[in-house]
Design a protein. Structure first.
Lengths: 315, 500
């Protein structure tokens, strides 16, 4: 298929996934703000949301304090923030429009309708009760997008690039979420199992739809290292790093050809770490170090995919 | 003063009481449908069109401002008999125009015979780069949109031939899909000729004009991109044909061949259905500032490394200065009498015509030749005295740059407007496809001027579209078509099977 087409499809899927993850972060942060004593200050609560999005610098350029209303606006609706839900969905729709023929009409219409419906939220004050509905809507539209593309698209390269975008982005987002939360919590929390701890970690689980899974698998108190295990190594947990790389390596296998060899190697290396890795070892060497390395390697894989398939040079 | 609508020929109303035969069943149905129901259907159509994204872009506006071309829920009906005459006329015309294009870029016999003046070679749309270049099957205008208007029961005129990159066919197809969705009961009642196979016919023709020796040609559609006003149509047609929609940046030229950049490396291209004008297609030859084209494309094309549809240089045949000569071309090349008439046209290069036109400027339409898009144009009945006098001076300074035509009494068709159903002026653009054969599907883009009394059907000026129904008589002809369709399906199945 055309490199440009693959590029648009890949980024369309990444943008939608990004919007969904942003909505998940906003949703749990907002929930946490309803729990008494969850964080000592408004800033302590909302700054991590910015850190997960990796956009603290941009925020500090335009805003003064970490007020709930400002952070929510910045992450949800700010047109100047390239990672806001607004920007992500807009970019998804523009990418889709540029290659509407490469997907099924159902998929295209779904994304077009998403953008048209999004108009209802523009100009609304999301801090007043509207935030939950908004986040639910974003998540639901993202589910719908995956469902429609999965249910209607031919299993060809176009489909593969859509899925590739979804999982590269998701792996990045899950790793960031876990890193920020783990990094923040652990040094201070000597005693594990307190009420706040429970809320904080259950919120993290909920933000990746893993709360019920946790209960089902461990049926025990929520403890940070199990949360980490679930989100890093469990291959049956759909938003875990391992699950993402199961998909990514399979897809890269299908996009075979000499051109893909370096991407395949990078992905295989990461996959092996997740597939054969032991949680104990990871903790011993530091989870933060592991996650930072992972995020960096995942980015490198992204660049390699971009170079190999999407910006295909003449030769 | 413009004439009131009732003084025009109406596609439905014979007079205040009676309707034309072709509309009798439809009219009976329409009488029983309350206005509100039709308005609801129209609103439903608008929602659907917006969701599908059948919009055209307005340059410089935000995303939200992508516009819809208004869709009218009342169809234009044409009898199979009328259609047979129109389609034969359009085919005849396109055959002659293609022969003319081949001739004018080769031996120029029509000029030597004195049928067409040599001044045509000085037309800015004549491309000397094409002289002596052989194109497959000698076809230049693979897709031709012939604009027809009607003034009475029996009188149709060709207003214009569109041979460069004619657009609008997506509306023919989408309007039909919409009508079938909104009014399925009418499709059961009537025998409406199908148009849905247009993309298949087009693809077969495009494959047929690949250079000799190419066995399984790769066809692509070349578009200026998502910001072009007709982008929806480009995307739609490419999808319907199952071919890649490419932009200039996706293509490159190497060793006398054109390739596209794919995720698996370069892939050779054999036929380009291009929707970019000549001027922008190759910055090395034409407009050097064009970012839309492919550097080196024309050189490959001239050497027979790729086929372009439509060919480069077709503009010389649809220019207003050439239009006058089409009936003569038909006689010259085909030895036939033209089946469709031109609008009577005054050539201002002729002294008699010039004197007549100058004396009747307030009733005529005067157009500049070598131009398209209604720029240097005077619509006498709608112009002020000052405008007429200004235009008179322009004509006098260069009479041969102009032609003039009477203001045509375009037929009207019942249309759903604010106050109910009212007659509005319409035109008709069928699309003639040439390649393996010269054919057209039984349907057309029907444009309607939604403003009361307006004769301007362009979408940029408030025009809308209607579905066009060619009504077949239920005869064995239909049975035969059924058999052909089955054959086509069998053939397609084979194709798919061989790909898998």
């Amino acid at each position: 298929m055309l490199s440009r087409t693959a590029d648009h499809l890949y980024w369309m899927a990444r943008s939608i996934e990004r919007a969904e993850n942003m909505a998940r972060v906003l949703d749990v942060t907002y929930n946490m703000s309803l729990v008494p004593n969850a964080a000592e200050s408004e800033a302590g609560l909302w700054l991590p949301a910015l850190e997960i999005s990796g956009n603290v610098d941009a925020y500090e350029r335009d805003y003064e304090e970490y007020l709930a209303a400002d952070v929510i606006h910045f992450l949800a609706m700010d047109m100047n923030n390239p990672s806001s839900i607004y920007s992500a969905l807009r970019s998804a729709r523009e990418n889709a429009r540029a290659v509407r023929v490469a997907m099924t009409s159902e998929t295209w219409e779904n994304i077009n309708a998403l953008w048209l419906e999004f108009g209802q939220f523009i100009g609304q004050d999301l801090t007043k009760s509207g935030l939950r509905e908004f986040c639910d809507w974003v998540k639901a539209r993202s589910h719908l997008f995956r469902g429609v593309s999965f249910g209607t698209m031919l299993r060809d390269d176009a489909f593969n690039f859509v899925r590739l975008g979804t999982f590269i982005e998701r792996a990045d987002n899950t790793a960031r979420l876990l890193d920020v939360k783990y990094h923040l919590l652990l040094p201070e929390q000597e005693e594990v199992g307190g009420a706040v701890d429970y809320y904080e970690w259950s919120a993290v689980l909920r933000s990746v739809s893993a709360f019920q899974a946790y209960q089902k698998i461990f049926s025990d108190t929520i403890v940070p290292w199990r949360v980490a295990e679930l989100l890093v190594l469990r291959c049956d947990m759909p938003r875990s790093l391992h699950a993402c790389f199961d998909e990514i390596t399979t897809i890269l296998e299908q996009l075979s050809g000499v051109r893909s060899s370096e991407s395949k190697r990078l992905a295989g290396e990461l996959h092996a770490k997740l597939h054969y890795g032991k949680m104990n070892d990871i903790f011993q060497n530091g989870l933060h170090e592991f996650l930072s390395d992972f995020i960096e390697s995942n980015n490198m894989l992204g660049s390699e995919i971009q170079r190999t398939f999407l910006n295909a040079a003449v030769n | 003063m413009p004439k009131s609508a009732s003084q025009f020929f109406d596609e439905m109303q014979l007079n205040a009481v009676d309707v034309r035969d072709i509309y009798s069943a439809y009219n009976k149905w329409l009488q029983n449908v309350p206005y509100q129901q039709l308005a609801t259907k129209r609103a439903e159509a608008e929602v659907l069109f917006r969701r599908v994204g059948i919009t055209f872009n307005v340059y410089g506006e935000e995303d939200g401002a992508e516009r819809l071309i208004p869709f009218d829920v009342i169809p234009r009906l044409i009898s199979a008999k009328e259609w047979a005459k129109l389609s034969a006329g359009a085919i005849q015309r396109v055959r002659a125009l293609n022969m003319f294009l081949h001739d004018i870029y080769h031996k120029q016999e029509i000029i030597h015979a004195g049928v067409v003046p040599a001044s045509i070679l000085a037309n800015s749309q004549y491309r000397p780069e094409m002289f002596g270049v052989d194109v497959p099957n000698q076809i230049y205008a693979h897709i031709a949109g012939i604009d027809l208007v009607r003034t009475s029961e029996s009188q149709f005129y060709v207003l214009e031939d569109n041979l460069r990159t004619p657009s609008g066919v997506s509306y023919m197809l989408e309007d039909r899909k919409m009508m079938m969705r909104l009014f399925p009961e009418l499709f059961r009642k009537y025998s409406i000729a199908p148009v849905e196979h247009y993309p298949q016919v087009l693809l077969n023709n495009l494959r047929a004009v690949a250079q000799p020796g190419v066995h399984d040609p790769t066809v692509v559609l070349l578009s200026p991109g998502a910001y072009n006003s007709a982008y929806f149509e480009h995307a739609f047609i490419a999808q319907q044909m199952g071919i890649e929609l490419v932009e200039g940046q996706d293509l490159f030229v190497r060793n006398n061949a054109v390739y596209m950049r794919t995720t698996q490396g370069p892939q050779r291209i054999d036929v380009i259905y291009r929707r970019i004008d000549d001027d922008y297609i190759d910055p090395l030859v034409f407009n050097a500032n064009s970012m839309l084209g492919v550097p080196g494309l024309l050189s490959v094309y001239r050497n027979g490394g790729v086929t372009l549809a439509n060919a480069v240089g077709t503009g010389v045949a649809d220019d207003k200065a050439t239009y006058i000569h089409v009936p003569a071309m038909i006689k010259f090349y085909l030895g036939e009498e033209p089946l469709l008439e031109n609008v009577p046209t005054y050539e201002l290069s002729k002294e008699d015509d010039l004197q007549y036109v100058l004396a009747h400027l307030d009733e005529l339409v005067v157009k500049e030749v070598q131009g398209s898009g209604g720029y240097g144009m005077l619509v006498g009945p709608a112009a002020s005295k000052k405008e007429i006098e200004e235009f008179r001076l322009r004509i006098l300074s260069s009479p041969s740059s102009y032609i003039a035509q009477p203001t045509l009494a375009l037929s009207t068709c019942p249309t759903l407007v604010e106050k109910g159903i009212a007659p509005r002026h319409v035109d008709l653009r069928p699309f003639v496809l040439s390649g393996k054969t010269v054919t057209l599907v039984p349907g057309a883009l029907c444009r309607v001027a939604l403003k009361e009394g307006s004769l301007v059907v362009n979408s940029s000026q408030g025009g809308g579209t209607k579905d066009t129904w060619v009504l077949e008589e239920r005869t064995e002809e239909k049975l035969l078509q059924g058999i052909e369709a089955t054959e086509a399906i069998t053939k397609n199945t084979k194709l798919v099977a061989s790909v898998c």
